[in-house]
Design a protein around this ligand. Structure first.
Ligand code: FAD
Ligand code: DHB
Length: 391
């Protein structure tokens, strides 16, 4: 098989890239190791930055998002039993975010790709990227019980943190910057209307909690739990009781309970692989970088990467110049490091580290007091949360 761009992975990065290339008249083939149902059900991100919303609209992939997505103009920070709202449009000249689940973004992009785009092969596992330094890189993959080769002009590794493409960059050229955290998130889906109409990020002595949503009738909730926790260790009653304590306010706010339909634990990690390009292999999304989820940045960064790649390749097709492709890694990494910084700041602001000293706890409260009493500090958070513009 032969194509212009071989895309490994049908998460948000790979699927959106295929769509952007299709719109630019550039051929691609997407290889995805899992089946369609798995990709469409995997519960992950929920928040789309303003820039991501704009990109999906421009790509003709926003029809259902515009009907069913929930525009949010703020979030609430909760600490010391008090509540503080951050008003995004007022602080950022009109920017906001959209609550629309990653599962739905993927479903919409898969449907479009199968209807209008190039091949998207499910249960096609990439085994290795070969010849990244040559003019003709290729992807070796397994499909329907046989090994095959996809010959390409370019390969884009959109295969997530556990994928194979990153390992095609020689170790002597790779630099990895990493931090792990001694806690994770227990995430649940519950059939109950969200108890607040905006997201609530709560800092509590017992640990962090987040109230989010998937629709007006489905809540998405997260609890900070110790590293290595098994979701089955927590009964539904224990989860609700813990959420109630962490969200408690002095003004009598109430958390409504409902049946929990899904629960899982996500570890927390900060990770950046540099460079994001080696020869004709480009890394995008979680294949190149991971952020802890507190800043809601992972999916949005993946979108930024593939927009940068699609623009660069379109420019090369139109002008013959590889200038933008050559700048890909540097261009992406500028945004990536800002998102790493913000995600780290939000994580350390709101979580309780198991070995935190009382001095560090006081500092956390001082940082929160600063954000909630200074328009400049609040603006800094609002700008980062709603997203930095694409270059
Ligand atoms: P992935 O979604 O990981 O997709 C990679 C794809 O590649 C997968 O489908 C995988 O099956 C496939 N693959 C892997 N190996 C191979 C192979 N060898 N061959 C073929 N295919 C392969 N981000 C936000 O922006 N906002 C949020 O609110 C947010 N919340 C989150 C909450 C949680 C609990 C979690 C876990 C993550 C959250 N994120 C959030 C992060 C976000 O989900 C990820 O950053 C995003 O999925 C990255 O997309 P991707 O396409 O790069 O990678
Ligand atoms: C969601 C996930 C996040 O990581 C976040 O910061 C906000 C919302 C969510 O899944 O809804």
């Amino acid at each position: 098989m032969r194509t212009t761009v071989g895309i490994i992975g049908a998460g948000p990065a790979g699927l959106l890239l295929a769509r952007l290339l299709h719109n630019a008249g550039i051929e691609s083939v997407v290889l995805e190791s899992r089946d369609r149902a798995y990709v469409e059900r995997r519960q992950r991100a929920g928040i789309l930055e303003q820039g991501t919303v704009d990109v999906l609209r421009a790509a003709g992939a926003a029809e259902r998002m515009d009907r069913e997505g929930l525009r949010h103009d703020g979030i609430e920070l909760r600490f010391d039993r008090r509540r503080h709202r951050i008003d995004f449009p007022a602080l950022t000249a009109g920017r906001s975010v959209m609550v629309y689940a990653q599962t739905e973004v993927c479903k919409d992009l898969i449907a479009l790709q199968l209807k209008e785009g190039g091949p998207l092969l499910f249960e096609a596992e990439a085994l290795a990227v070969e010849g990244a330094e040559s003019e003709r890189p290729c992807v070796r993959f397994r499909y329907e019980g046989r090994e095959d080769v996809l010959e390409c002009d370019y390969v884009v590794g959109c295969d997530g943190f556990w994928g194979v493409s990153r390992s095609a960059v020689p170790a002597s050229l790779s630099r990895v910057f990493e931090r792990t955290y001694p806690f994770g998130w227990l995430g649940v889906l519950a059939d109950v209307p969200p108890s607040h109409d905006e997201l609530v990020y709560a800092r509590h002595d017992r640990g962090f909690a987040l109230l989010s949503m998937r629709s007006p009738s489905v809540s998405r909730l997260y609890l900070q739990v110790p590293e290595g926790t098994d979701a089955e260790d927590w009964s539904d009653d224990e989860i609700w009781a813990e959420l109630e304590q962490r969200f408690e306010t002095a003004d009598g706010w109430r958390l409504d309970r409902g049946p929990i339909t899904q629960k899982s634990v996500t570890p927390m990690r900060s990770f950046v692989h540099e460079p994001m390009r080696h020869g004709r292999l480009f890394l995008a999304g979680d294949a190149a970088h991971i952020v802890p989820p507190t800043g809601a940045k992972g999916l949005n960064l993946a979108v930024g990467d593939v927009v940068t790649f699609a623009r660069a390749l379109t420019y090369e097709k139109e002008t013959g110049s590889t200038e933008l492709l050559d700048a890909y890694s540097e261009t992406c990494l500028r945004r990536v490091w800002q998102a790493e910084r913000f995600s780290y700041d939000m994580t350390t602001l709101l979580h309780r580290a198991p070995d935190a000293t009382s001095f560090e706890e006081r500092l956390q409260l001082a940082r929160l007091a600063r954000i909630t009493s200074s328009r400049a500090a609040e603006t800094d958070l609002a700008e980062a949360y709603t997203g930095f513009p694409h270059d």
